[in-house]
Design a binder for this molecule. Structure first.
Ligand SMILES: [Zn+2]
Length: 147
């Protein structure tokens, strides 16, 4: 006779108006055994990705547990509300173009207007040759003023 580790507990849950049978709590969340979680309302992260959705910033509402057949080890997985999940947004060609433009703008030197093929410093927005010329002319001006 094996002692049942997780007794059935009737509890209020976020995915149903009526209290549902759970296996107690785990980390403060309702614990559900594998096979008794409502598949139409709750899903793990991987199950959400499989249907093209993501948790969308929501916290898990329950914990699913099961047992690996071979190792007999217990595993736990966070469960999210499918109703609160969001569709996965893939990078569209327009988004890639916008990103490339933004990166290009950060590389353009404001003095010569050329692309030095590296991101110019935000303080000067100049490529190194232009920055050095600016520095030299400033020094020259200082000398002339001092003279
Ligand atoms: Zn330049």
């Amino acid at each position: 006779m094996g002692r049942r580790q997780y007794p059935w507990v009737l509890a209020a849950v976020p995915w149903s108006d009526a209290p549902q049978y759970t296996r107690g709590t785990h980390d403060g969340l309702p614990l559900l055994s594998h096979g008794c979680a409502p598949r139409d309302k709750l899903a793990t992260y991987r199950q959400l990705r499989a249907i093209g959705r993501r948790p969308g910033g929501q916290d898990p509402v329950a914990v699913l547990y099961g047992r690996h057949n071979r190792s007999k080890k217990r595993w736990f997985a966070s469960l999210y509300l499918i109703s609160r999940s969001l569709p996965v947004r893939p990078m569209t060609p327009a988004k890639w173009t916008a990103l490339a433009k933004a990166n290009l703008a950060r590389r353009i030197c404001r003095t010569c207007g050329k692309d030095p093929l590296y991101v110019v410093p935000t303080s000067t927005r100049q490529c190194w040759p232009c920055f050095e010329i600016t520095c030299e002319s400033n020094e020259t001006t200082d000398v002339m003023e001092a003279a």
